[in-house]
Design a protein around this ligand. Sequence first.
Ligand code: PEP
Ligand code: MG
Length: 883
Amino acid sequence: TKWVYTFGDGKAEGKADMKNLLGGKGANLAEMSNLGLPVPPGFTIPTEVCTYYYAHGQTYPAELKGDVEAALAQVGQLTGKSFGDAANPLLVSVRSGARASMPGMMDTVLNLGLNDETVEAVARLAGDRRFAYDSYRRFITMYSDVVLGVSHHHFEEILEHYKLQKGFNLDTELSADDWAALVVKYKEKVAAELGKPFPQDPHEQLWGAIGAVFSSWMNARAITYRRLHTIPESWGTAVNVQSMVFGNMGETSATGVAFTRNPSTGENALYGEFLVNAQGEDVVAGIRTPQDLTEKARKAAGSDKPSMELALPEAFKEFERISHVLENHYRDMQDLEFTVEKGKLWMLQTRSGKRTAKAALRIAVELAAEGLITEEEAIGRVDPAALDQLLHPAIDPKAERKVIATGLPASPGAAAGAIVFTADEAEAAKEKGLKVILVRVETSPEDIHGMHAAQGILTARGGMTSHAAVVARGMGKPCVSGAGSLRIDAAAQTLTVNGQVFKKGDHITIDGGTGQVLSGEVAMLQPELSGEFATLMGWADKVRKLKVRANAETPADARMARSFGAEGIGLSRTEHMFFDAGRILAVREMILADDEAGRRAALAKLLPMQRDDFVELFEIMKGLPVTIRLLDPPLHEFLPHTAEETEEVAKSLGVDVERIERRNKELHEVNPMLGFRGCRIAIAFPEIAEMQARAIFEAAIIAAKKTGEAVVPEIMVPLIATKAEFDIVNAVIRKTAEAVEKESGEKLTFQVGTMIELPRAALRAEEIAKGAEFFSFGTNDLTQTTFGVSRDDAGTFLGPYVQKGIIEVDPFVSIDVDGVGELVKIGVERGRKSRPDIKLGICGEHGGDPASVAFCHEVGLNYVSCSPFRVPIARLAAAQAAL
Ligand code: PEP
Ligand code: MG
């Protein structure tokens, strides 16, 4: 086995595609060497040594020592120096480098090889004693901190004390003798802390640093980071040992970082900063204010400090050239680190740069336009989930965040406004032109008008598919749900959180992307969709196999869905239509009526309203498929809650209040989510299904005439477990169709299908598909019933499940491929057995989650349906799945 890989002087033993072995940093250092770029010579100890180290009781392979010596000798030859030599010492940096960049591990030790003897040699050779001792004290600080475990604050205290004593303000005022005096104090401190002196032998220093890198692979922070980002422990880290170049050798030396394009806007312009006469950690530490790289950036920032372009013109030109070379070579925006030593440029790192969604889009589209990558590669370069950032307002990253509570990031975007506690207050405030946040323990369909009126919704209870979450997402409104630390006192009109009291009218801000609740009105950035967005979406549409529909019921949602490119409606939840102004009373009458005659009377009032709703939906969707689901609410959601409401219903029905109260009690359920809902309603009260079917058919005839486009409604039966259930409801629908055909003299074309949202329905799909013409997987309920976890209550315990690693992600957010996914697969296979051309879709919230979309592509669904704002995410995710 090869234990050491050298690089430098225009060649290397490794290359870019050896990241698994050399880590990201090592592989790219090798690649840059191979490209003939100026890289300080060095070598990489590969990840295999890390694996060996942990497999063999934290020891090294026997050959490693000799191999490192040989590599050090080669580096010495290339640099004309010798490691540990008292006259002409080679100094090195030691850095960790895993496959994926991994905060939490030992980062960097610079200037290694310095001791009381070599420091004098460095002073002599550089002709600069101050530089030598400045480097030495930096080395003692870093090495003690990361290798010996003596925290850097000890040294900062000593330095502060020294400066105070001598009357210095800035580090630059310290002379060579000052640094030399401090080095003595630093060493004394280390000896006092450890009971042994600071290591003087450069070889001991080197092996100490190498050991520290390998040990840091297993430190607590690194382990946590790996768990959160699912990085396997078995990967291990590499160690990079590289000859030092010095950015702190006076005014013609510097160190800096840069991106080849702007990482927040994507603009094709060098972007970064540098510091004259400094070492790498100074830029990161933020002690001194860095300077701009280009004159253009300097002018834009209004800075009076010279740019690198002006201060170090030769090195800048070279850097600009190299940044192009690297971008063209890697065919992506690069994140670079460099040092200038006495006017000579050295490259220390290159890697693909992190970027915002906006920048990712622009860079991908422009790289494709420049011919550097293909359209398909461009599609793969943008994270679909990040598109959310572009479609909603976001909190200004520069704004101060006073976080008062954290809940679930239920619906993306940020919103600010005055607190209100009821939907009616929200509506009243909106009419006055005020911006409000609707704060509720949880929401119910009765709150929909208030949710519409509010800027955002905040609830104390409820998971990612709770009513508030699903409805807010549908509306594209920011929502934080399940913020358990909120105490809402609706009577007192107060919101208390950790002892802090907020009253009605106080301002708060919610961030639906992170789940944070902030006090006050925080500054926002408004979304703007760029031309690149449309371009990339167009490319995505060319490659994807899955169709993308939207879950929508209101005209506003349907229009929004179309503008985002939805190819139809996959789920229209008719119960949401029942809560609109003026309807709730008729709905209550229907539910609370004692007999069929009473129900029919109420339904007669609802029929024209429903018909109008559907006409509008069909018109907006212009011949695109529209799936309408029969009524599916837990019935309790519609019941009157207050004495006032009860009285209103009683009056309208012409019965006394006691009767309504009795009926209300009869309908009360212990477990409404598993109670009287779905097809169970249509089976108990076929007249409801009949009214809805009639409204759909009559609307189809009207809309077809208006638009001149054929309307083929897809009528969907919810929550079936058995074929017998489906058959009963199907028969009601078909009988109604016949009646409407006879009355109108028109021929209807339509389909009747079903949701597959109970495990039994998935298992019995073969039988059910004999009757159902399409399936739509309702993975919200399917997840609820497969896990036996209540959708509304999941918030309180799923969080800890994720933290403890019992489950990787909330299964209501991203489909549980192994369990729920298995049921979907079974449903697909068995459904197709009896009806090979059956249309298959998904309309649970998973339809807008990229990982779940990939799963849907794999199992061969025809379409996914998601809330309107997630349509672009689904389009891109579907394209990536098809690549
Ligand atoms: C589902 O259960 O996945 C679904 C889409 O229906 P709802 O969320 O309305 O129960
Ligand atoms: Mg459902």
